[in-house]
Design a protein around this ligand. Structure first.
Ligand SMILES: NC(=O)c1ccc[n+]([C@@H]2O[C@H](COP(=O)([O-])OP(=O)(O)OC[C@H]3O[C@@H](n4cnc5c(N)ncnc54)[C@H](OP(=O)(O)O)[C@@H]3O)[C@@H](O)[C@H]2O)c1
Length: 374
């Protein structure tokens, strides 16, 4: 079964019929991929990769993984030499004859690998790869891990939001000092979320999972996207990117889940924070460079906004002594929102499915639009 959503074909359960090779374990593996594609609504390219200029059945692929993982991948790429390269140095040593690269994208590797036609990124962000001139010049196919990190990052956003709205960020430092102070957080700052408004900037894989959970908590959810106003029924209003300034004023919680592109670099600046409600919280799980850090610090110090939950910062890592570390109304996690007990297998299951598709010349999943940058 397949259906379309926002003009993009999303695969359903029929994938389960496409077996990697005869054998029970292959059936189970393929069913896993099919389930993930459906649950995460992974996007499939409109045309098979064999139609791309320069595609040929690959002979050699370098994979950022150990030998055990590569052995696990092999059933998806019969006859292809998969080379385990756990480090950048080992990848550089074996990329010269490689047709594709899984898990790395650096200018050095592209220069050392003149035959490369496909790169699978392990990340949802693609900004560090699409900015390498050789990607565009050589028309290299880039696929990424868009939507895969949605479930755990959405839970991370909920954790940060509830830590603010239930006052945990103030009670926890008290606990460390052994202090029982019931008045540490004024009652009016201990919010019930029912009826509050969340604005999700970037209603993609992560943004949609965030919106779903916020809606389940009774929140009204608004959102922005770049290319369409369509969205799921649990989002009250979906606007385009240029509607951000109109929507921000009614939000109690603003969540950034947009990719880093030329358009989103520095989009959260003093003018943006000035439009936020002074009682509202800002949560960033997208990229640090979408925020003008000095402007965020000023908004937090002056009480212009109530608080910020930051999994990503600019700079990263945030250096010791940076002002953000010492602000009482900030929660910082060191770019870890994408980690979870289930993440690794979910990521590799999708990567293996993309490997199978590339080798077979089929339609690829999660193709990055190099021009738009995500
Ligand atoms: N904190 C972490 O550890 C972590 C982990 C994974 C990812 N991330 C970040 O999260 C980003 C999103 O990941 P994802 O999996 O959700 O990717 P995705 O599924 O590709 O979603 C990106 C969404 O952003 C929207 N968008 C693009 N430009 C926009 C703009 N100017 N204004 C508003 N919306 C805009 C896109 O709109 P359309 O749908 O209309 O094109 C799309 O809905 C990644 O690019 C990465 O930077 C962070």
């Amino acid at each position: 079964m397949s259906y379309t959503r926002s003009g993009v074909t999303v695969l359903g359960g029929a994938l389960a019929a496409l077996l990697l090779q005869p054998g029970g374990s292959a059936v189970a593996q393929e069913t896993d991929a099919s389930r993930l594609i459906r649950q995460l609504e992974l996007r499939e390219a409109p045309a098979p990769v064999r139609d791309r200029p320069g595609w040929a059945p690959p002979q050699r692929i370098v994979v950022r993984a150990d030998e055990a993982r590569v052995a696990w991948l092999q059933s998806a790429a019969p006859g292809v030499e998969l080379i385990a390269a756990p480090s950048l140095a080992s990848a550089l040593a074996s990329v010269a004859e490689a047709d594709a690269l899984i898990g790395f994208c650096t200018a050095e590797l592209l220069a050392a690998g003149p035959r490369l036609r496909w790169i699978q990124l392990p990340s949802a962000g693609a900004e560090y790869c699409v900015r390498i001139p050789a990607v565009r010049e050589r028309d290299i196919l880039i696929t990424n891990a868009q939507r895969i990190y949605g479930p755990e990052i959405a839970e991370h956003v909920m954790a940060m939001m509830l830590a603010f709205t239930r006052g945990l960020y103030r009670y926890y430092p008290q606990q460390l000092e052994g202090r029982w102070n019931r008045g540490a957080v004024p009652q009016e700052q201990l919010w019930e979320l029912d009826g509050k408004t969340m604005l999700v900037v970037g209603l993609g894989g992560i943004g949609t999972q965030v919106a779903k959970r916020a809606h389940a908590l009774g929140m009204r959810v608004t959102a922005t996207r770049r290319s369409s106003r369509t969205g799921p029924e649990f989002v009250d209003y979906v606007g385009l990117a240029d509607e951000l300034n109109d929507l921000v004023g009614e939000a109690d919680v603003v969540v950034n889940a947009a990719p880093l592109t030329a358009e989103t670099t520095g989009m959260f600046d003093a003018a943006f924070f000035a439009r936020m409600k002074p009682t509202a919280y800002f949560i960033n799980v997208g990229r640090g460079r979408s925020v003008v850090t000095a402007d965020l610090v000023a908004a937090l110090e002056s009480g212009r906004i109530a608080g910020a939950g930051l999994d990503v910062t600019d700079p990263e890592p945030l250096p010791p002594g940076h002002r953000l570390w010492s602000l009482p109304n900030v929660i910082i996690t060191p770019h870890v929102a994408g980690g979870s007990d289930l993440r690794t297998e979910r990521l590799w299951t999708v990567i293996r499915e993309n490997l199978r598709r590339y080798v077979a010349g089929e339609r690829m999943l999660s193709v990055v639009d190099v021009e738009r940058g995500y």
